[in-house]
Write a protein that binds this ligand. Structure first.
Ligand SMILES: *Cc1c(COP(=O)(O)O)cnc(C)c1O
Length: 363
């Protein structure tokens, strides 16, 4: 069986270093907000090019804390792609603000920047872009619209560690960005983790306090904060893996290039890239009008695939208030999308088997 993502194999490469660092943490006896977290935050900020990195408990919290720190809440609207993972939208709802769904562009699967202006009202406060599947959103038009209407640009970079737009990395393409280090992400820890990156000094200080019980120093609480911290062990694992992220992303690019050159089936639409973006292929998303049949066929051929995502947010029970709304591009993607195996540990031979099986489908 070719698994969609062999996480054991991904992390096995770092076992000796992780073992040694765990021992060091136990020797130190310091588990939260210590030197592992400080080191990773400094290294990840430098990697993205942003001034600040604040480790938090997960990706949802990272997005939630950005919105909370800006003070966006009831009566405020935030534009967000209709085809994102539910976390992006939940972060807005959690603050009492209103998510305003915008259709994606079928060529990039990212928010369609040409549709933003029509959705802006006097209540609009921010545009939350999602670098979906690992490809950066074409930001120029987003920046132009945001500038014209005085909106904040928030990045959901949970699927795009290391991806670039015009030579700049995600996490440094807006006012603030949220990352997830969920184990399956391009940079994943061994449990839950996340961070916020930003160049805004005041926002960084506020998020750091908000994430630690609203405290700017011990037992001194200036905000009604939350508990959202990246623990020392997760930070250590991330700091061990970060230096390998570019090589891992390069390997994903090789596999993606192979799939794009060798999968030739009129029933399958391959993902596209565009010139200004360096894609990191968190997901290799193909489309097929007979998607469920293709998935069953690949399974029978010993190939595990996933769907990102089977049901769009506006059709989820959690957002029953949206069930009469229609987003045809989003619905098409959710109906046809299938994610092929891709990871730094997938072998050439496995990629060749996946491509060959895709080519046999329907013939
Ligand atoms: C994974 C993911 C998140 C949430 O991250 P968690 O760490 O699981 O909370 C948010 N947005 C997108 C697009 C994601 O893929």
């Amino acid at each position: 069986m070719i698994s969609f993502l062999d996480l054991h194999k991904v992390n096995e490469r770092f076992r000796a270093e992780i073992d040694a660092r765990l021992k060091q943490i136990l020797d130190d006896g310091w588990y939260i907000h210590g030197k592992q977290d400080a080191a990773f935050e400094a290294h990840f900020a430098a990697y993205t090019g942003a001034q600040h990195c604040i480790g938090v408990a997960n990706g949802l919290d990272a997005l939630n804390l950005i919105i909370k720190a800006y003070g966006f809440g009831p009566g405020d609207e935030i534009l967000v792609p209709a085809n994102t993972y539910i976390a992006t939208i939940l972060a807005i709802s959690e603050n009492g603000a209103t998510p305003v769904l915008v259709e994606p562009d079928l060529a990039t699967y990212n928010i369609n920047p040409d549709l933003l202006e029509a959705k802006i009202t006097p209540r609009t406060k921010a545009i939350m872009v999602v670098h979906l599947y690992g490809q950066a959103v074409p930001m120029q038009k987003v920046w132009d619209v945001a500038h014209k209407h005085h909106l904040k640009v928030i990045e959901d970079a949970a699927q795009a560690h290391g991806a670039m737009y015009q030579g700049r990395r995600t996490g440094n393409l807006g006012d603030a960005a949220g990352f997830s280090f969920y184990p399956g992400k391009n940079l994943g820890c061994l449990g839950d983790g996340g961070c916020v990156t930003t160049n805004d000094d005041a926002l960084a200080a506020k998020i750091r306090a908000l994430a630690n019980y609203g405290s700017d120093r011990k037992y001194h609480h200036i905000y009604k904060g939350v508990n959202s911290r990246l623990d020392e062990f997760q930070a250590a694992a991330l700091d061990i893996k970060l230096p390998h992220l570019d090589a891992d992303n390069a390997r994903r690019r090789q596999i993606a290039a192979f799939y794009r050159a060798h999968i030739k089936n009129p029933l399958i639409t391959l993902p596209q890239t565009y010139d200004e973006a360096a894609h990191v292929w968190h997901i290799f998303a193909i489309r097929c009008p007979r998607r469920d049949e293709l998935q069953a066929y690949l399974k029978q051929q010993g190939i595990e695939t996933l769907i990102h995502y089977p049901t769009p947010p506006h059709q989820q029970g959690a957002y029953a208030e949206w069930k009469e709304q229609s987003y045809p591009v989003t619905e098409l993607i959710h109906r046809e999308e299938l994610s092929l195996p891709i990871s730094p540990v997938l072998t050439d031979e496995e990629a060749a088997r996946v491509a060959a099986a895709c080519n046999r489908f329907g013939n």
